[in-house]
Design a protein around this ligand. Structure first.
Ligand code: ADP
Ligand code: MG
Length: 634
């Protein structure tokens, strides 16, 4: 028995307490995952030692056969998971097993309340694996020693998972880590050979490090009776112990791919799809990329975890290598194993390596192809789109070379279905274009309903021309980069002059010109009355039901984008809108017959209404109300 010295008791960080509480209460029905988590940590520790030993093989301390061992003791009610990996120093034990290091996790825990608390799956993705031991154990003991240190530098950590833990120095001849779970009364079932073996196969088959369990054999005498004292214990490897991505595709089952995904992505739920490729030639790499079924909590955080796991010739190099995929594909998870980089590559070196860019562009194509394939299953693709669509919309702006491919993957709401669900592709739209229509039309507004009921759509409804209804924050930015599809232009119906191309016939165009002539005097008067507010006044044929609308010059930033930027505190140069009047409308006819101050007031009311209908805010709403009331009571 070793003697413990320098013993101290420390409190868990508040977030750890919250996490323990959440986990113990919400993961109950899924509690077998503790074994996966502990094995996963042990495998990571072996990976880290293998990597560190590249420079200094003394770290193996003469034992370079990396392995994980699982033992149990039915009588004592314990399960032990042991590895001969990198191990931890005292300071590392305190930091790693007393706090939650990952940024964002604390914030996430705060937000997780009420109903969400029950959604246990959510907590799987935070790298909180170690604490899952407390789902089945009422006491956990960790003994560890950092590889390459003195035997006296071992550390023992103990906790009952109730707010505090103790650490002490212990003598420890073996480097690596041993975790002993003292099982709760109702979790004793896990101290069982068969149960443990089947869990290892279920969750950890793909782990490259062998996972071994002891097997006791007893010699039998001639009559088949066990010979007392003849027990020999041998270690039996339980898992496949081969990196999954190295195996030929045909030999890997869907269940194995899914289990591996859960390991790399720290996710509890299944991926939507995956793509496994071996490439030989100029570049040599194997990649296994996944599309997750759910969004991580930090998808939109600038420093959120992203990227794939990087291996060089099967040696684990780093997690979250973000250099191999563009930002707009940051939801993709997986593994890259390559021969094209050196083993001592670092994050800094990755940024300069020209091979990295080549692999990045290859993986980008793979990912887009994988999504294209997924799109054939409309239900699965819809689920993807609802989760990650607004991230993919960053694509055309970020990656010009793949713009057309990305454009095919986009989905929109349109007037064709009038549904808020974004489920129509640009190709769908093109297939429904009217004869003579050369342009794809869209409108951007603050919400789906605002887009759908915008006065700008009136003429399009009348003519039966479809319009894409855009209301995501990113949409205007997206459309500024997506100016063409399938050789046809895309146009914002609220910008520039309205040109319906050949959908309108010569007669209609002539009639419009005549109306414009007939209303010249009116237009001039309105322009004078509103000289400070608008840059131009026109008669329009966009409208059928509304008296007026505002539009912007073609190359101006749109209304929605302006509002987003202003809300973010950006000072923007003022842009006066163009006011367009519907010559067929009764209010416009009335305006024409009005004189003096009343004329200016009515013109101003029409302008203000057009701004409101478009989703904008009036500088002086009270003045608008007064004018309108004066008109109503006249
Ligand atoms: P994660 O594995 O996502 O980092 P965990 O809660 O599973 O989160 O583990 C927390 C940390 O504790 C790990 O990052 C690692 O530094 C350390 N750790 C856990 N288990 C081991 C082990 N067997 N050997 C060495 N370090 C470990
Ligand atoms: Mg872990």
């Amino acid at each position: 028995m070793t003697t413990a010295t320098r013993e101290e008791t420390l409190g868990f960080q508040t977030e750890v307490k919250q996490l323990l509480h959440l986990m113990i209460h919400s993961l109950y029905s899924n509690r077998e995952i503790f074994l996966r988590e502990l094995i996963s940590n042990a495998a990571d520790a072996c990976d880290k030692l293998r990597y560190a030993a590249l420079d200094n093989d003394g770290l193996y301390e003469g034992d370079s056969e990396l392995r994980i061992e699982i033992e149990h003791d039915q009588e004592a009610g314990t399960v032990t998971v042991r590895d001969n990996g990198i191990g931890m120093s005292r300071d590392e034990v305190i930091a790693n097993l007393g706090t939650i290091a990952r940024s964002g996790t604390a914030e996430f825990l705060k937000q997780m309340s009420g109903e969400q608390q029950k959604d246990a799956r959510l907590i799987g993705q935070f790298g909180v694996g170690f604490y899952s031991g407390f789902i089945v154990a009422d006491e956990v003991t960790v003994r560890t020693r950092k590889a390459g240190t003195e035997h006296a530098e071992g550390v023992e950590w103990r906790s009952r998972g109730e707010g505090e833990f103790s650490v002490a120095d212990v003598e420890r001849p073996l480097h690596g880590t041993e975790i002993v779970l003292h099982l709760k009364e109702d979790a004793k079932e896990f101290a069982d050979d068969y149960r443990l073996q089947s869990l290892v196969r279920k969750y950890s088959d793909h782990i490259e490090v062998p996972v071994r369990m002891p097997k006791t054999e007893t010699a039998k005498d001639d009559e088949g009776n066990e010979v007392e004292g003849s027990e020999v214990t041998t270690w039996e490897t339980i898992n496949e112990a081969m990196a999954l991505w190295v195996r030929p595709k045909a030999e890997v089952s869907d269940d194995e791919y899914k289990a591996f995904y859960k390991h790399v992505a720290h996710d509890f739920s299944d991926p939507l799809t995956w793509s496994h490729n071996k490439v030989e030639g100029k570049l040599e790499y194997t990649s296994l990329l996944y599309v997750p079924g759910r969004a991580p909590f930090d998808l939109y955080e600038r420093d959120g975890a992203r990227g794939i796991k990087l291996y060089v010739q099967r040696v684990f190099i780093m997690d979250d290598a973000e250099q191999f995929l563009p930002l707009y594909l940051r939801f993709i998870k997986g593994v890259l194993d390559t021969r094209d980089l050196s083993l001592n590559v670092s994050r800094e070196l990755l940024q300069q390596d020209p091979q990295v860019d080549k692999i990045k562009s290859a993986l980008t194509k793979r990912s887009l192809d994988m999504l294209k394939k997924l799109a054939k299953d409309s239900e699965a693709y819809q689920s993807f789109w609802n989760t990650f669509g607004s991230v993919l919309k960053e694509g055309p702006g970020e990656d010009h070379s793949n713009r057309d491919k990305i454009a095919e993957l986009l989905r929109f709401s349109t007037t064709h279905t009038d549904s808020a669900t974004q489920d129509q592709s640009l190709a769908d739209y093109v297939s429904r274009m009217k004869e003579g229509q050369q342009t794809l039309y869209y409108i951007v507004a603050d919400s789906f309903n605002a887009a759908k009921s915008s006065p700008h759509l009136e003429i399009f409804r009348k003519k039966g021309i479809e319009v894409l209804l855009l209301s995501d924050r990113i949409d205007e930015w997206l459309m500024s980069h997506l100016t063409e599809f399938d050789g046809k232009k895309l146009a914002d119906v609220a910008k520039g002059d309205l040109d319906l191309g050949d959908v309108e016939n010569e007669e209609e165009k002539k009639a419009q010109e005549e109306t414009a002539k007939a209303k010249e005097a009116l237009v001039k008067r309105v322009k004078e009355a509103l000289a400070d507010e608008v840059q131009e006044v026109k008669v329009t044929h966009r409208l059928t039901d509304s008296p007026a609308c505002v539009v912007l010059p073609e190359h101006e930033m749109g209304f929605q984008m302006r509002r987003i930027m202003e809300a973010a505190g950006q000072a923007l140069p003022e842009v006066k809108p163009i006011l367009e009047l519907n010559p067929e409308h009764a209010l416009v006819a009335r305006l024409e017959g009005t004189e003096g101050d009343n004329f200016a007031d009515l013109a101003r009311i029409l302008l203000d209404q057009a701004i409101i209908a478009e989703g904008g805010h009036l500088d002086n709403p009270a003045a608008y109300v007064q004018r309108l009331n004066a008109l109503l009571s006249a």
